[in-house]
Design a protein around this ligand. Structure first.
Ligand SMILES: [Cu+2]
Length: 475
Protein backbone atom coordinates (compact mmCIF):
# COMPACT_ATOMS: atom_id res chain seq x y z
CA UNK A 1 0.00 0.00 0.00
CA UNK A 2 2.76 2.37 0.96
CA UNK A 3 4.70 1.64 -2.23
CA UNK A 4 1.54 2.13 -4.24
CA UNK A 5 1.00 5.44 -2.55
CA UNK A 6 4.59 6.49 -3.14
CA UNK A 7 4.43 5.34 -6.74
CA UNK A 8 1.37 7.45 -7.41
CA UNK A 9 2.97 10.36 -5.61
CA UNK A 10 6.06 10.13 -7.82
CA UNK A 11 4.10 9.74 -11.01
CA UNK A 12 2.20 12.89 -10.16
CA UNK A 13 5.35 14.88 -9.63
CA UNK A 14 7.66 13.63 -12.32
CA UNK A 15 8.67 15.56 -15.38
CA UNK A 16 12.04 15.82 -17.04
CA UNK A 17 13.51 15.81 -13.59
CA UNK A 18 11.32 14.71 -10.73
CA UNK A 19 9.38 17.19 -8.64
CA UNK A 20 11.48 19.98 -10.11
CA UNK A 21 9.65 21.51 -13.09
CA UNK A 22 11.43 24.88 -13.19
CA UNK A 23 14.15 25.30 -15.78
CA UNK A 24 17.46 26.93 -14.86
CA UNK A 25 19.93 27.95 -17.47
CA UNK A 26 23.18 29.84 -17.49
CA UNK A 27 24.60 30.89 -20.81
CA UNK A 28 25.50 33.71 -23.14
CA UNK A 29 23.23 35.71 -25.38
CA UNK A 30 25.98 37.09 -27.61
CA UNK A 31 28.07 39.30 -25.32
CA UNK A 32 25.66 39.09 -22.35
CA UNK A 33 26.06 36.48 -19.62
CA UNK A 34 22.58 35.51 -18.45
CA UNK A 35 21.05 33.37 -15.72
CA UNK A 36 17.58 32.44 -16.94
CA UNK A 37 14.82 30.83 -14.90
CA UNK A 38 11.67 29.61 -16.62
CA UNK A 39 8.75 28.52 -14.45
CA UNK A 40 6.40 26.52 -16.67
CA UNK A 41 2.69 26.55 -15.82
CA UNK A 42 1.01 23.58 -14.14
CA UNK A 43 -1.83 23.64 -16.65
CA UNK A 44 -1.61 23.86 -20.45
CA UNK A 45 -2.48 26.26 -22.03
CA UNK A 46 -0.83 28.38 -19.40
CA UNK A 47 1.64 31.18 -18.77
CA UNK A 48 5.33 30.45 -18.16
CA UNK A 49 7.19 33.04 -16.09
CA UNK A 50 10.61 34.01 -17.35
CA UNK A 51 13.27 35.64 -15.15
CA UNK A 52 16.52 36.91 -16.61
CA UNK A 53 19.48 38.08 -14.57
CA UNK A 54 22.39 39.54 -16.47
CA UNK A 55 25.88 39.77 -15.05
CA UNK A 56 26.79 41.99 -18.03
CA UNK A 57 25.63 45.60 -17.63
CA UNK A 58 24.24 47.76 -20.41
CA UNK A 59 21.16 45.80 -21.52
CA UNK A 60 18.47 48.06 -23.00
CA UNK A 61 15.81 45.52 -23.80
CA UNK A 62 15.03 41.80 -23.52
CA UNK A 63 12.43 40.26 -25.82
CA UNK A 64 10.94 36.86 -24.96
CA UNK A 65 9.23 34.55 -27.46
CA UNK A 66 7.81 31.04 -27.03
CA UNK A 67 8.50 28.61 -29.90
CA UNK A 68 8.29 24.87 -30.40
CA UNK A 69 11.80 23.41 -30.01
CA UNK A 70 11.75 21.48 -33.30
CA UNK A 71 9.80 21.30 -36.55
CA UNK A 72 8.61 23.88 -39.06
CA UNK A 73 6.83 25.94 -36.42
CA UNK A 74 10.15 26.53 -34.64
CA UNK A 75 11.24 28.71 -37.56
CA UNK A 76 8.24 31.02 -37.54
CA UNK A 77 8.60 33.66 -34.89
CA UNK A 78 5.44 35.01 -33.32
CA UNK A 79 5.41 38.62 -32.09
CA UNK A 80 7.73 38.85 -29.08
CA UNK A 81 6.89 40.20 -25.65
CA UNK A 82 9.09 42.69 -23.87
CA UNK A 83 10.43 41.60 -20.48
CA UNK A 84 10.01 44.24 -17.76
CA UNK A 85 13.06 45.60 -16.02
CA UNK A 86 12.97 45.38 -12.23
CA UNK A 87 12.42 48.74 -10.49
CA UNK A 88 15.30 48.25 -8.07
CA UNK A 89 17.65 45.98 -10.00
CA UNK A 90 18.50 47.26 -13.51
CA UNK A 91 20.04 43.91 -14.49
CA UNK A 92 16.99 41.82 -13.66
CA UNK A 93 14.11 41.31 -16.11
CA UNK A 94 10.77 39.55 -15.86
CA UNK A 95 8.58 38.33 -18.69
CA UNK A 96 5.76 35.91 -19.38
CA UNK A 97 4.97 33.70 -22.36
CA UNK A 98 1.94 31.57 -23.22
CA UNK A 99 2.58 27.86 -23.80
CA UNK A 100 -0.45 26.73 -25.78
CA UNK A 101 0.06 22.97 -26.17
CA UNK A 102 1.84 20.15 -24.37
CA UNK A 103 5.30 19.34 -25.71
CA UNK A 104 8.83 20.48 -26.22
CA UNK A 105 9.15 24.28 -26.27
CA UNK A 106 11.87 26.85 -26.17
CA UNK A 107 11.87 30.36 -24.83
CA UNK A 108 13.92 32.59 -27.10
CA UNK A 109 15.54 35.70 -25.65
CA UNK A 110 16.63 38.53 -27.92
CA UNK A 111 18.85 40.93 -26.04
CA UNK A 112 19.76 44.44 -27.16
CA UNK A 113 22.13 46.79 -25.38
CA UNK A 114 25.38 48.71 -25.25
CA UNK A 115 27.42 45.67 -26.39
CA UNK A 116 25.18 44.97 -29.37
CA UNK A 117 22.66 42.20 -29.86
CA UNK A 118 22.54 38.65 -28.59
CA UNK A 119 20.26 35.68 -28.66
CA UNK A 120 19.72 32.70 -26.38
CA UNK A 121 17.16 29.88 -26.46
CA UNK A 122 16.18 27.85 -23.44
CA UNK A 123 14.42 24.50 -24.03
CA UNK A 124 11.35 24.14 -21.81
CA UNK A 125 9.18 21.03 -21.60
CA UNK A 126 5.51 21.96 -21.17
CA UNK A 127 3.10 19.47 -19.65
CA UNK A 128 -0.07 19.60 -17.64
CA UNK A 129 0.92 18.45 -14.15
CA UNK A 130 -2.55 18.58 -12.68
CA UNK A 131 -5.96 20.10 -13.07
CA UNK A 132 -6.89 23.19 -11.14
CA UNK A 133 -9.50 22.66 -8.46
CA UNK A 134 -12.20 25.24 -7.98
CA UNK A 135 -11.80 27.62 -5.09
CA UNK A 136 -14.25 26.62 -2.31
CA UNK A 137 -15.74 30.11 -1.94
CA UNK A 138 -16.32 30.40 -5.69
CA UNK A 139 -17.86 26.92 -5.75
CA UNK A 140 -20.29 27.72 -2.92
CA UNK A 141 -21.26 31.01 -4.56
CA UNK A 142 -21.85 29.39 -7.96
CA UNK A 143 -23.88 26.60 -6.31
CA UNK A 144 -26.12 29.13 -4.54
CA UNK A 145 -26.56 31.09 -7.78
CA UNK A 146 -27.49 27.86 -9.56
CA UNK A 147 -30.16 27.08 -6.94
CA UNK A 148 -31.57 30.61 -7.19
CA UNK A 149 -31.75 30.30 -10.99
CA UNK A 150 -33.31 26.84 -10.89
CA UNK A 151 -36.00 27.79 -8.34
CA UNK A 152 -36.49 31.08 -10.19
CA UNK A 153 -37.27 29.26 -13.45
CA UNK A 154 -39.66 26.85 -11.70
CA UNK A 155 -41.55 29.60 -9.89
CA UNK A 156 -41.79 31.75 -13.05
CA UNK A 157 -43.30 28.77 -14.89
CA UNK A 158 -45.69 28.28 -11.94
CA UNK A 159 -46.70 31.94 -11.93
CA UNK A 160 -47.28 31.81 -15.70
CA UNK A 161 -49.58 28.78 -15.30
CA UNK A 162 -51.52 30.41 -12.49
CA UNK A 163 -51.85 34.02 -13.56
CA UNK A 164 -50.99 34.50 -17.26
CA UNK A 165 -54.66 34.40 -18.39
CA UNK A 166 -56.14 35.97 -15.26
CA UNK A 167 -58.15 39.18 -15.63
CA UNK A 168 -57.02 42.10 -13.51
CA UNK A 169 -58.48 42.12 -9.99
CA UNK A 170 -59.46 38.43 -9.88
CA UNK A 171 -57.78 35.67 -7.85
CA UNK A 172 -56.87 32.34 -9.44
CA UNK A 173 -59.41 29.57 -8.93
CA UNK A 174 -58.72 25.93 -8.14
CA UNK A 175 -58.38 24.97 -11.79
CA UNK A 176 -55.61 27.55 -12.33
CA UNK A 177 -53.88 26.53 -9.08
CA UNK A 178 -53.87 22.93 -10.27
CA UNK A 179 -52.49 23.93 -13.67
CA UNK A 180 -49.72 25.90 -11.93
CA UNK A 181 -48.74 22.84 -9.89
CA UNK A 182 -48.69 20.66 -13.03
CA UNK A 183 -46.54 23.13 -14.95
CA UNK A 184 -44.15 23.48 -12.05
CA UNK A 185 -43.77 19.70 -11.83
CA UNK A 186 -42.88 19.57 -15.54
CA UNK A 187 -40.47 22.53 -15.14
CA UNK A 188 -38.77 20.79 -12.18
CA UNK A 189 -38.17 17.68 -14.27
CA UNK A 190 -36.78 19.74 -17.17
CA UNK A 191 -34.50 21.83 -14.94
CA UNK A 192 -33.25 18.71 -13.13
CA UNK A 193 -32.57 17.10 -16.51
CA UNK A 194 -30.62 20.15 -17.69
CA UNK A 195 -28.54 20.18 -14.49
CA UNK A 196 -27.82 16.47 -14.91
CA UNK A 197 -26.67 16.94 -18.52
CA UNK A 198 -24.58 19.96 -17.54
CA UNK A 199 -22.84 17.97 -14.83
CA UNK A 200 -22.18 15.09 -17.22
CA UNK A 201 -20.68 17.52 -19.76
CA UNK A 202 -18.43 19.06 -17.07
CA UNK A 203 -17.24 15.62 -16.00
CA UNK A 204 -16.54 14.57 -19.59
CA UNK A 205 -14.43 17.67 -20.20
CA UNK A 206 -12.57 17.15 -16.91
CA UNK A 207 -11.98 13.50 -17.84
CA UNK A 208 -10.59 14.53 -21.23
CA UNK A 209 -8.21 16.93 -19.53
CA UNK A 210 -7.12 14.25 -17.04
CA UNK A 211 -5.92 12.15 -19.93
CA UNK A 212 -3.82 15.13 -20.97
CA UNK A 213 -2.07 15.28 -17.59
CA UNK A 214 1.51 14.11 -17.80
CA UNK A 215 2.22 10.46 -17.03
CA UNK A 216 5.94 9.66 -17.02
CA UNK A 217 7.36 6.62 -18.72
CA UNK A 218 7.50 3.67 -16.37
CA UNK A 219 10.56 1.53 -15.84
CA UNK A 220 11.13 -1.81 -14.19
CA UNK A 221 14.58 -3.10 -13.28
CA UNK A 222 16.19 -6.43 -12.51
CA UNK A 223 19.68 -7.86 -12.35
CA UNK A 224 20.23 -10.98 -14.43
CA UNK A 225 23.66 -12.59 -14.65
CA UNK A 226 25.51 -9.47 -13.57
CA UNK A 227 23.62 -7.24 -16.03
CA UNK A 228 21.06 -4.61 -15.20
CA UNK A 229 17.97 -5.07 -17.36
CA UNK A 230 15.62 -2.13 -17.70
CA UNK A 231 12.21 -2.37 -19.31
CA UNK A 232 10.35 0.78 -20.28
CA UNK A 233 6.60 1.06 -20.57
CA UNK A 234 4.39 3.86 -21.80
CA UNK A 235 1.41 4.07 -19.43
CA UNK A 236 -0.51 5.91 -22.15
CA UNK A 237 -0.41 9.66 -22.35
CA UNK A 238 -0.05 11.52 -25.62
CA UNK A 239 -0.47 9.39 -28.71
CA UNK A 240 2.78 10.65 -30.21
CA UNK A 241 4.99 9.71 -27.28
CA UNK A 242 7.28 6.83 -28.16
CA UNK A 243 9.83 4.69 -26.37
CA UNK A 244 12.14 4.25 -29.35
CA UNK A 245 12.93 7.82 -30.36
CA UNK A 246 15.62 8.76 -27.83
CA UNK A 247 18.54 10.89 -28.95
CA UNK A 248 22.05 10.66 -27.50
CA UNK A 249 23.10 13.09 -24.81
CA UNK A 250 26.91 13.12 -24.75
CA UNK A 251 26.98 9.91 -26.78
CA UNK A 252 24.65 8.10 -24.39
CA UNK A 253 20.95 7.38 -24.88
CA UNK A 254 20.48 7.02 -21.15
CA UNK A 255 22.17 8.56 -18.13
CA UNK A 256 21.42 6.49 -15.06
CA UNK A 257 22.08 7.41 -11.47
CA UNK A 258 22.04 4.49 -9.01
CA UNK A 259 22.07 5.40 -5.31
CA UNK A 260 22.12 2.94 -2.46
CA UNK A 261 19.17 3.18 -0.11
CA UNK A 262 18.50 4.41 2.46
CA UNK A 263 21.70 6.36 3.21
CA UNK A 264 22.63 7.28 -0.40
CA UNK A 265 26.15 6.26 0.65
CA UNK A 266 27.04 4.82 -2.77
CA UNK A 267 26.36 6.59 -6.00
CA UNK A 268 27.02 5.41 -9.55
CA UNK A 269 26.59 7.23 -12.83
CA UNK A 270 26.07 4.58 -15.51
CA UNK A 271 25.12 4.52 -19.19
CA UNK A 272 22.98 1.56 -20.22
CA UNK A 273 22.66 0.86 -23.93
CA UNK A 274 19.45 0.16 -25.82
CA UNK A 275 19.09 -3.47 -26.85
CA UNK A 276 15.77 -2.98 -28.58
CA UNK A 277 12.99 -0.41 -28.33
CA UNK A 278 11.96 -0.14 -24.69
CA UNK A 279 14.77 -2.35 -23.38
CA UNK A 280 18.07 -1.14 -21.97
CA UNK A 281 20.83 -3.25 -20.56
CA UNK A 282 24.15 -2.71 -18.82
CA UNK A 283 26.89 -4.99 -17.54
CA UNK A 284 27.29 -3.77 -13.98
CA UNK A 285 30.66 -2.68 -12.66
CA UNK A 286 31.71 -3.58 -9.13
CA UNK A 287 29.06 -2.08 -6.87
CA UNK A 288 28.47 -2.48 -3.16
CA UNK A 289 25.46 -4.80 -2.80
CA UNK A 290 22.16 -3.44 -1.52
CA UNK A 291 18.91 -1.88 -2.57
CA UNK A 292 19.34 0.97 -5.04
CA UNK A 293 17.17 3.78 -6.27
CA UNK A 294 17.54 4.30 -10.01
CA UNK A 295 16.97 7.55 -11.88
CA UNK A 296 17.23 7.24 -15.65
CA UNK A 297 17.33 10.33 -17.88
CA UNK A 298 16.40 10.10 -21.55
CA UNK A 299 15.64 12.74 -24.19
CA UNK A 300 13.11 12.24 -27.00
CA UNK A 301 13.80 13.24 -30.58
CA UNK A 302 11.85 16.48 -30.16
CA UNK A 303 14.04 17.43 -27.18
CA UNK A 304 11.47 16.43 -24.56
CA UNK A 305 13.31 15.01 -21.54
CA UNK A 306 11.97 12.39 -19.15
CA UNK A 307 13.25 10.80 -15.96
CA UNK A 308 12.21 7.28 -15.03
CA UNK A 309 12.63 5.72 -11.64
CA UNK A 310 12.75 2.21 -10.24
CA UNK A 311 14.24 0.42 -7.26
CA UNK A 312 16.40 -2.66 -7.65
CA UNK A 313 18.25 -5.09 -5.40
CA UNK A 314 21.88 -5.41 -6.50
CA UNK A 315 23.57 -8.61 -5.30
CA UNK A 316 27.29 -9.08 -4.65
CA UNK A 317 28.81 -9.35 -8.11
CA UNK A 318 32.23 -10.42 -9.36
CA UNK A 319 34.62 -7.49 -9.71
CA UNK A 320 34.48 -5.52 -12.96
CA UNK A 321 36.12 -2.17 -13.58
CA UNK A 322 34.19 0.85 -14.82
CA UNK A 323 33.94 1.10 -18.57
CA UNK A 324 33.54 4.11 -20.81
CA UNK A 325 32.07 7.09 -19.02
CA UNK A 326 30.81 5.11 -16.02
CA UNK A 327 31.89 6.30 -12.60
CA UNK A 328 30.92 6.28 -8.95
CA UNK A 329 31.80 5.09 -5.50
CA UNK A 330 31.25 5.77 -1.82
CA UNK A 331 30.08 9.14 -0.50
CA UNK A 332 29.28 10.27 3.04
CA UNK A 333 26.08 8.59 4.32
CA UNK A 334 23.13 10.77 5.18
CA UNK A 335 23.42 11.21 8.92
CA UNK A 336 21.86 14.52 9.62
CA UNK A 337 20.31 17.49 7.92
CA UNK A 338 23.68 18.92 6.98
CA UNK A 339 27.13 17.56 6.25
CA UNK A 340 30.43 19.39 6.43
CA UNK A 341 31.06 21.88 3.64
CA UNK A 342 34.35 20.13 2.95
CA UNK A 343 34.17 16.54 1.74
CA UNK A 344 37.19 14.31 1.12
CA UNK A 345 37.63 12.79 -2.35
CA UNK A 346 39.03 9.31 -2.77
CA UNK A 347 42.60 10.44 -3.59
CA UNK A 348 43.20 12.64 -0.55
CA UNK A 349 42.03 15.82 -2.22
CA UNK A 350 38.89 17.76 -1.21
CA UNK A 351 35.77 19.33 -2.57
CA UNK A 352 34.44 22.40 -0.79
CA UNK A 353 30.91 23.71 -1.13
CA UNK A 354 31.27 27.49 -1.21
CA UNK A 355 27.89 28.14 0.31
CA UNK A 356 26.01 31.33 -0.32
CA UNK A 357 26.20 33.13 3.06
CA UNK A 358 22.62 34.31 2.50
CA UNK A 359 21.48 30.67 2.47
CA UNK A 360 19.15 28.96 0.01
CA UNK A 361 15.41 29.39 -0.23
CA UNK A 362 12.80 27.19 -1.83
CA UNK A 363 11.83 28.47 -5.26
CA UNK A 364 14.76 30.88 -5.50
CA UNK A 365 17.37 30.37 -8.21
CA UNK A 366 20.99 30.23 -7.04
CA UNK A 367 24.47 29.27 -8.20
CA UNK A 368 25.91 26.29 -6.32
CA UNK A 369 29.71 26.57 -6.33
CA UNK A 370 32.12 23.77 -5.53
CA UNK A 371 35.88 24.18 -5.35
CA UNK A 372 38.26 21.29 -5.81
CA UNK A 373 41.54 21.35 -3.88
CA UNK A 374 44.50 19.02 -4.15
CA UNK A 375 45.94 17.34 -1.05
CA UNK A 376 48.07 20.41 -0.29
CA UNK A 377 44.96 22.57 -0.08
CA UNK A 378 45.68 24.37 -3.35
CA UNK A 379 43.20 24.87 -6.18
CA UNK A 380 43.24 21.76 -8.37
CA UNK A 381 45.09 22.49 -11.61
CA UNK A 382 44.28 19.27 -13.44
CA UNK A 383 40.51 19.57 -13.89
CA UNK A 384 39.11 17.92 -17.01
CA UNK A 385 35.79 17.74 -18.77
CA UNK A 386 33.68 14.75 -17.78
CA UNK A 387 31.33 13.90 -20.65
CA UNK A 388 31.83 17.36 -22.08
CA UNK A 389 31.05 19.08 -18.79
CA UNK A 390 33.05 20.73 -16.09
CA UNK A 391 30.94 18.81 -13.63
CA UNK A 392 27.71 16.89 -13.07
CA UNK A 393 25.41 17.38 -10.10
CA UNK A 394 22.34 15.53 -8.88
CA UNK A 395 19.99 17.27 -6.44
CA UNK A 396 17.95 14.75 -4.44
CA UNK A 397 15.50 15.44 -1.67
CA UNK A 398 15.99 13.02 1.21
CA UNK A 399 12.36 11.88 0.91
CA UNK A 400 13.02 11.23 -2.81
CA UNK A 401 10.24 13.47 -4.06
CA UNK A 402 12.80 15.59 -5.94
CA UNK A 403 15.55 14.53 -8.33
CA UNK A 404 17.32 16.80 -10.81
CA UNK A 405 20.43 16.15 -12.89
CA UNK A 406 22.13 19.52 -13.42
CA UNK A 407 25.19 20.77 -15.30
CA UNK A 408 27.08 24.07 -15.20
CA UNK A 409 24.80 25.22 -18.02
CA UNK A 410 21.77 24.37 -15.89
CA UNK A 411 18.96 21.85 -15.72
CA UNK A 412 18.43 21.64 -19.50
CA UNK A 413 19.73 18.38 -21.00
CA UNK A 414 22.54 18.99 -23.50
CA UNK A 415 20.67 16.94 -26.11
CA UNK A 416 17.73 19.37 -25.94
CA UNK A 417 20.08 22.34 -25.99
CA UNK A 418 21.69 20.94 -29.14
CA UNK A 419 18.35 21.34 -30.93
CA UNK A 420 18.23 25.11 -30.43
CA UNK A 421 19.29 27.15 -33.45
CA UNK A 422 22.19 28.81 -31.61
CA UNK A 423 23.83 25.60 -30.40
CA UNK A 424 23.03 23.66 -33.60
CA UNK A 425 24.95 26.32 -35.56
CA UNK A 426 27.78 26.39 -33.02
CA UNK A 427 28.12 22.98 -31.41
CA UNK A 428 30.63 24.28 -28.88
CA UNK A 429 28.32 27.01 -27.62
CA UNK A 430 27.30 25.06 -24.55
CA UNK A 431 30.77 23.79 -23.74
CA UNK A 432 33.59 25.14 -21.75
CA UNK A 433 36.52 25.94 -24.01
CA UNK A 434 40.23 26.14 -23.34
CA UNK A 435 42.75 23.92 -21.63
CA UNK A 436 43.10 25.19 -18.09
CA UNK A 437 39.77 24.49 -16.47
CA UNK A 438 39.01 26.40 -13.28
CA UNK A 439 39.00 24.60 -9.94
CA UNK A 440 35.54 25.94 -9.15
CA UNK A 441 32.49 24.42 -10.81
CA UNK A 442 29.11 26.15 -10.47
CA UNK A 443 25.61 24.79 -11.06
CA UNK A 444 22.55 27.01 -11.54
CA UNK A 445 19.55 25.51 -9.75
CA UNK A 446 16.78 26.29 -7.28
CA UNK A 447 15.34 23.92 -4.67
CA UNK A 448 11.64 23.52 -5.53
CA UNK A 449 10.40 22.97 -1.97
CA UNK A 450 11.54 23.16 1.63
CA UNK A 451 13.19 20.17 3.25
CA UNK A 452 16.42 18.20 3.36
CA UNK A 453 18.43 17.73 0.21
CA UNK A 454 21.56 15.95 -0.89
CA UNK A 455 23.75 17.30 -3.68
CA UNK A 456 25.99 14.78 -5.40
CA UNK A 457 28.78 16.45 -7.35
CA UNK A 458 31.03 14.73 -9.85
CA UNK A 459 34.18 16.19 -11.39
CA UNK A 460 37.06 14.67 -13.34
CA UNK A 461 40.68 15.41 -12.65
CA UNK A 462 43.87 13.65 -13.63
CA UNK A 463 41.89 11.12 -15.67
CA UNK A 464 39.68 10.02 -12.78
CA UNK A 465 36.11 10.90 -11.82
CA UNK A 466 35.51 11.94 -8.20
CA UNK A 467 32.20 12.06 -6.40
CA UNK A 468 31.20 13.97 -3.26
CA UNK A 469 27.92 14.31 -1.38
CA UNK A 470 26.68 17.37 0.52
CA UNK A 471 23.51 17.74 2.57
CA UNK A 472 21.57 20.82 3.48
CA UNK A 473 18.25 21.85 4.88
CA UNK A 474 16.18 24.33 2.87
CA UNK A 475 13.84 26.45 4.99
CU1 LIG B 1 25.46 14.95 -16.07
Amino acid sequence: MRTLLLASLFSGLAIAHIGSPDVFYEGKAGPYALFVTVRPPNVIPGVAEVEVRSSTPGIREVEVTPLPLTGEASKRLPAPDIAKRDDKDPQFFRGAVWLMVTGSWQVRLEVDGAEGQGRLSVPVPAVALGSKTMDLGLGVMLFILMLVLAFGVISIVGAAGREAQLTIGRTPDQRLEKRATRWMAVATVLVAGLLYLGNAWWKLEAGNYDRYIYKPLQMSAQVIGGALELTLRDPGWLRNRRIDDFIPDHNHLMHLYAMRLPQLDRVYHLHPGMRQPGEFTHKLPTMAPGRYALYADVVHQNGFPETMTADVEIPALPGRPFEGDDSGGPVAPIQSATTADTQPLDDGSHMIWQKDPAGYQAGKPALFRFRVENNQGLAADDMELYMGMQGHAAFIKHDRTVFAHVHPSGSVPMAALGLTAEVANDPHAGHHQGHALPAVVAFPYGFPTRGRYRILVQVKRGGKVHTAGFDTEVR
